[in-house]
Ligand binder design. Sequence first.
Ligand code: B12
Length: 226
Amino acid sequence: MAGDVCRKIWAKLHQGVLNYDEEIVVNASRDVLNHGLDIYECIMRGLLPGIEEVGELYERGEYFIAEMLMCSDALYAGLNVLRPHIKRENNVERKQVVIGVVAGDIHDIGKNIIKMMFDAAGFEVLDLGCDVPLDKFVNEQLRTDAEIVCLSAMMTTTMNGMSEIISRIKEKSPGVKVMVGGAPVNRYLANQWGADSYADNANNAIKYAIDMVSILKSLDKQRQAN
Ligand code: B12
């Protein structure tokens, strides 16, 4: 029974995004809260499949940029309802993360999901937004002394900027961990560019970030012991 309720609400979120119907998405998002459903699961199984299907329609020439834009507005209308209700955990030692979408790229939905999950996992997140000049990642890491930098890109043309950002960060702050992601990125490219980590979704991103935090902690301990 509970499963049926979930599936109906996921379907409404999905269809609402696909049909750029903000009202349906907002109402379904309120239903998520009223029924006490898992918010992250509803994002992953309702909103995101909706925007993925939008991408397919765009590729087939059935949707154009105007529709993609309205669909992402509908997705954001739902995220705005859900975001304030995501529970924040305190189980991570408060490490700082700088996150942004690389220069030339304005696709920020994936980055915002990753940011939301880092927030929820108890990290302190500095969000640089989208279309971020390469140097800004380097300068903001230096200014905040953040332990982790997260880079997002959704276009094959913009993802190449990641390699340059990584080498500039590593040159100035060799101990900093850099994590990359976005649909065109993969583990092979991440390794080629010298990234410390790559994840294809928010769940794995948090898992790997927590692993990096424990590596940083043991390095700190070693340093103190010497
Ligand atoms: C919505 C959308 C738009 C919206 C963006 C709105 C917004 N605020 O983001 C608008 C309409 C503005 C748009 C514009 C354009 N778009 Co567009 N867009 C899309 C679409 C449909 C969905 C993208 C999306 O949000 N997906 C959902 C999110 C959640 O997925 P995600 O970003 O991959 O994120 C997940 C993972 O990758 C990962 N992740 C993401 N970032 C990070 C970072 C880290 C550190 C980690 C660990 C993980 C991680 O976790 C996330 C959650 O699971 C895609 C199609 C598709 N199938 O992806 C095209 C797509 C990305 N767009 C495309 C194009 C070409 C454009 C335009 C150039 C079109 C044009 N001619 O103007 C412009 C680009 C403008 C620019 N300079 O950036 C192409 C890119 C092709 C390519 N490979 O280079 C795509 C693939 C469509 C296509 N098939 O042609 N777009």
